[in-house]
Design a binder for this molecule. Structure first.
Ligand code: GRF
Length: 205
């Protein structure tokens, strides 16, 4: 099966980036990380990437006069690195059509809730505040909405009565680290296609 050429975009800790790196190194994911981009120069994920010899680039949104110009710089660098799929792994910026048209249905995001519930930021807190008993994580394609694109796979996480925001966040993160590399391998194995009509994902095997 073909090797995926990934670009991973981060803003912070990069534990999901680490999960992808680990899966590649232990050969459960057939992919290369061609480039790691962070919009924050101090993101811990950059150190993780460098430790594993990956190419990194800081592209700071604050240095661009508009979202569009920031996105053009992202696209330029990802295309230059021959990236096929872009993974948003805790990347905290909203992408414009400039970016999404350049990588149409090739951008995937990991979100810490069972979408379509609890979109946007602080999804774990939203779930706790609402009082649901099950939440989880979702990997989906990115479209022009916020956390609205076609859902690929989800893992449920039960909320315990003893949970704090921290304990729940950590348990969801563990599920994220399983889910994200698994979905990437499914893409590499051509397990599904994206259809324009709902349901969006058509499973092939
Ligand atoms: C994760 O919870 C992810 O779902 C969300 O941002 C967080 C990133 O964590 N989009 P990390 O930087 O991968 O550790």
């Amino acid at each position: 099966m073909s090797k995926l050429n990934l670009g991973v975009m981060i803003s912070g800790n990069g534990s999901n980036l680490q999960a992808i790196i680990d899966a590649i190194e232990n050969q459960t994911l057939n992919a290369n990380i061609n480039l790691v981009i962070s919009n924050k120069s101090k993101a811990k994920g950059l150190e993780r990437a460098k430790k594993h010899g990956l190419n990194t680039k800081v592209i700071s949104h604050s240095e661009y006069p508009s979202r569009n110009e920031f996105d053009e710089a992202l696209v330029f660098n990802l295309k230059k690195a021959n990236v096929d799929y872009v993974v948003l792994a805790g990347f905290m910026r909203i992408l414009t059509p400039t970016f999404l048209n350049a990588f149409h249905m090739k951008v995937i995001n990991i979100h810490p809730s069972l979408l379509p519930s609890f979109k946007g930021t602080n999804a774990q807190k939203q779930a706790l505040d609402y009082g649901v008993r099950i939440t989880g994580c979702t990997v989906h394609f990115v479209d022009s909405g916020i956390d609205t694109g076609p859902i690929i796979m989800q893992i449920p996480v039960i909320i315990l009565t003893s949970d704090t925001l921290e304990s729940l966040t950590n348990r969801i993160l563990k599920a994220e680290h399983k889910l994200l590399p698994k979905v990437l391998q499914m893409i590499s194995d051509n397990k599904f296609i994206v259809e324009e009509k709902k349901p969006h994902i058509k499973w092939l095997k």
